[in-house]
Design a protein around this ligand. Structure first.
Ligand code: DP6
Length: 356
């Protein structure tokens, strides 16, 4: 990386608010899973309501890194996130040290993080969470990575979708090609280009059965995997072109087709992964009915049971009321395209206000 924070890293504290994203073309299958190197390019819309808010404080005095759930500066709200979550965050902090030129294990990070939405419900909490961590940690260290470098810092968490959440609007993350080490995401259009809405029909709030990580591992076992990779360049071009021209019917058709492709692959991988629940099918049917009635809405899903319904502002109210009336829909999150993470660097008063 080309940026150089002060040797060893100086004390600093920053809070980042970073959004989740919804993939129009999905990352599914890895060339190198440890390094989150995808087999195929992906393209997503960055959201604005589903966010992680993460505060990182760095002190050059060595000590064990700490990870908390809750809101920094709100004493008494912090809880222990549990071992699995902490381990992923601690590993990402170590990767960030390496990439930001800080000695392994030196200094001490304190991380406090919370989500605006139910985590682990197929809602890309890792995308927003690891994007926020990368943005806040680099700001706390006084580093100024450019967006491409930030994307690589977020990807160092092992979450590929996080590599896309560091930028606003419509973001493409290429497959490794000429630059096999660092396929940086790049913005293809800013959020102001097109005001698309994403109504997220939450049909299940528990953790998904099979992680995306395991899904990437199993992807090549599907007999449709090779077929998908052959079809993908044309579909990606359809999505890019529809975005460029703001052609909603063309975009929606490609996006819905892509989501079904992802789930066909999941269902036909060995062992099979089945993310759908009865509520999922209800929503997918309702979206088709809406279109039959002349309401422009298209569905997409990531690796989970919940359905993202993409629509245009004039149809939002109608789509929302139709979805909310479905018995299988537990809640509806009204989201839309957003402009990416924000970060605030704060003066350090004392580290003691965080102690229990
Ligand atoms: C189906 O390995 O990025 O959402 O870290 O859980 O977000 P998370 O998984 P990651 O795979 C994402 C899989 C996907 C499609 C996508 O977002 O591109």
């Amino acid at each position: 990386m080309s940026h150089h924070p002060p040797a060893g890293g100086s004390a600093g504290r920053a809070t980042a608010v970073s959004p989740a994203n919804i993939a129009f073309i999905k990352y599914w299958g890895a060339r190198d899973l440890e390094r989150a190197l995808p087999v195929n390019p992906s393209l997503s819309m960055t959201l604005r309501e589903c966010v992680s808010r993460t505060t990182v404080e760095y002190s050059p005095t060595d000590g064990p890194d700490e990870v908390w759930l809750g809101r920094s500066g709100a004493p008494g709200t912090r809880t222990d996130p549990g071992e699995a979550f902490s381990a992923r965050v601690l590993a990402h902090l170590e990767a960030l040290r390496r990439r930001l030129g800080i000695e392994p294990g030196s200094g001490r990070f304190r991380v406090t993080t919370e989500n605006s939405f139910p985590a682990a419900a197929g809602m890309a909490s890792s995308a927003s969470g690891f994007s926020a961590l990368a943005v806040a940690a680099s700001a706390a260290l006084g580093a100024h990575p450019d967006p491409g470098e930030l994307s690589a810092l977020a990807r160092a968490s092992g979450s590929g979708s996080a590599a896309r959440s560091v930028m606003g609007g419509y973001v493409e993350w290429p497959a490794p090609g000429s630059d096999p080490d660092d396929p940086h995401a790049a913005q293809v259009a800013p959020s102001t280009h097109w005001d698309l809405r994403d109504l997220i029909a939450v049909v299940e709030t528990g953790a998904k059965e099979v992680s995306s990580l395991e899904g990437h591992r199993r992807a090549p076992s599907s007999p449709y995997f090779a077929r998908r990779l052959a079809d993908l360049p044309a579909r990606l071009e359809r999505v890019r072109d529809a975005l460029r021209r703001r052609d909603f019917a063309a975009l929606g058709a490609a996006v819905e087709e892509e989501a079904l492709d992802l789930h066909v692959m999941a269902m036909t991988s060995r062992p099979s992964i089945h993310y759908w629940r009865p509520g999922t099918v209800e929503v997918l049917q309702a979206v088709r009915d809406l279109r039959r009635d002349g309401v422009e809405a298209w569905s997409t899903m990531d690796a989970g049971a919940n359905v993202h319904v993409i629509t245009l502002p004039p149809h939002e109210a109608e789509v929302a009321s139709r979805l909310e009336a479905l018995p299988g829909v537990r809640s509806l999150i009204r989201d839309g395209v957003g402009s990416g993470p924000t970060v605030e660097v704060e003066p350090i008063h004392s580290t003691e206000d965080e102690s229990e």
